[in-house]
Design a protein. Structure first.
Length: 169
């Protein structure tokens, strides 16, 4: 009596030995890493900037005796302000340019951070606030957090040709 051709006593693949763990690890290591998508790179860039701002913000808040709850990225699409401070000590900062979507310069982010930290003491734009904000900004500069570019020697000229009424051609 012969067995039908499709009937098998065991699966052939079951007889194959699994590769040793070292062999599997070598195979995995040989696979090139997947490249990050533009969105992943953008998110990483934002996360790194926010981590720095949180570290620096905690240091500055402690030096000035401020109650800082934390610093968060402002939600995307919010273009009405660069930063906002809440009474509970939470600060939100816009990390990206409104038009280009590029990460704002670090000096701009730190300037905004210092501005919002100033609001934790003075919740207005009084003279006392501006003096306090400048103290925080000076301390950020002293600590190396705030490094603005060189000051301009001459003011930037505004395009006047569009509005010059004398020139009618």
């Amino acid at each position: 009596m012969s067995l039908p051709a499709q009937l098998k006593l065991f699966d052939v693949d079951a007889l194959k030995a699994a590769p040793a763990p070292v062999v599997r690890l070598k195979r995995l290591a040989a696979i090139p890493p997947r490249k990050a998508t533009p969105r992943e790179r953008r998110d990483d860039e934002s996360r790194e900037a926010l981590d720095r701002l949180n570290r620096w913000g905690r240091v500055l808040a402690k030096r000035f005796g401020l109650r800082l709850q934390g610093i968060e990225a402002e939600r995307e699409g919010q273009n009405a302000h660069y930063g906002i401070c809440y009474e509970d000590g939470l600060i939100r900062i816009r990390l990206r340019h409104a038009v280009t979507g590029k990460l704002l310069k670090e000096s701009s982010l730190v300037d905004t951070l210092c501005h919002e930290l100033g609001h934790l003491r003075h919740f207005d734009h009084s003279d006392a606030f501006w003096r306090y904000y400048r103290k925080i900004l000076d301390e950020a500069r002293r600590l190396g957090y705030y490094r603005p570019g060189p000051a301009r020697k001459e003011p930037v000229l505004v395009q006047r040709l569009l509005f010059d009424l004398e020139e009618t051609a």
